[in-house]
Design a protein around this ligand. Structure first.
Ligand SMILES: Nc1ncnc2c1ncn2[C@@H]1O[C@H](COP(=O)(O)OP(=O)(O)OP(=O)(O)O)[C@@H](O)[C@H]1O
Ligand SMILES: [Mg+2]
Length: 244
């Protein structure tokens, strides 16, 4: 898994729906340990991009290397192996409705090498980090939207992935929880050198988590830089995003 190369390298990613081009020959590089935030208007293809990068959707053209592995060339077994080292949090945190919070969060550990006691220790630790200890035995139907999101996040992080894809991790959360989740994303990077690709509409989350920001518009990345660099770009949409 560990290589010297980038965590992610995408070339020429292209995707159209019914003739409408959503991703227009995108190139993307994510270094190991780097957090990159992708912003852009609604409906511009951010979720499609992330789905292509984890092979939940196939692009019409292009290729993706994850830790030097050719994503679209992997057989099912190797793809599963790679996916265990990669985390993704979807826009709608899909939980298993018949499982408690604790069971949902521990689910990815079921085939791990950890004995039951170590599994539950890990679940307890991550539940504590996302502030859900008191809700551990609740069922998803009993949770608020923000709590569901945090369960999804805990489940994403439980295997300590080296590369994490977040699709709007703070949407629908109150400002304090959104801030805590953003800080958690940042601390995950700092603690174990994970790389993340974060899609968000949240300025605060962008400021806290981003080493670099990419702006997706009309299928292309139209800007690339730090928050401060982008705040100085003369573009109506970009300056509106970074304005206070
Ligand atoms: N499975 C699909 N079939 C057809 N069209 C799709 C499909 N998935 C996405 N699209 C279209 O691709 C475009 C980009 O969608 P996408 O969900 O990636 O937007 P987004 O940038 O994530 O928007 P938002 O910020 O609102 O989440 C939209 O026009 C959408 O209708
Ligand atoms: Mg989206």
């Amino acid at each position: 898994m560990l290589t010297d190369g980038p965590a992610l390298l995408a070339n020429n990613l292209t995707k159209a729906f019914s003739g409408a081009l959503v991703l227009d020959a995108l190139d993307l590089r994510l270094e190991q340990g780097e957090n990159v935030v992708v912003i852009g208007p609604s409906g511009t293809g951010k979720s499609v991009l992330i789905k292509c990068l984890v092979r939940l959707m196939l692009p019409d053209a292009g290729d993706v290397l994850l830790f030097d592995k050719e994503l679209y060339g992997l057989n099912a077994k190797d793809l599963n192996k790679l996916r265990r080292q990669i985390g993704f949090l979807f826009q709608s945190a899909a939980l298993y409705d018949s499982m408690s919070v604790r069971e949902n969060v521990g689910f990815p550990l079921r085939h791990s090498i950890y004995v039951k006691k170590e599994q539950s220790r890990r679940v307890d630790r991550i539940l504590d980090r996302v502030g859900l200890t008191a809700a551990a035995d609740k069922m998803p139907a009993q949770l608020s939207g923000g709590m569901r999101k945090r369960v999804g996040l805990a489940r994403t992080l439980i295997l300590e992935p080296k590369l994490i894809f977040y699709d709007e991790p703070t949407t629908g959360l109150d400002p304090i929880t959104a801030l805590e989740i953003s800080r958690l994303i940042k601390s995950i990077q700092e603690e174990y050198g994970a790389s993340s690709l974060i899609i968000t509409h949240d300025k605060v989350c962008t400021r806290i988590t981003a080493d670099r920001v990419l702006v997706l518009k009309n299928g292309r990345f139209v800007a690339n830089g730090t928050c401060d660099e982008l705040a100085a770009v003369k573009d109506e949409w970009i300056s509106a995003f970074f304005a206070l």
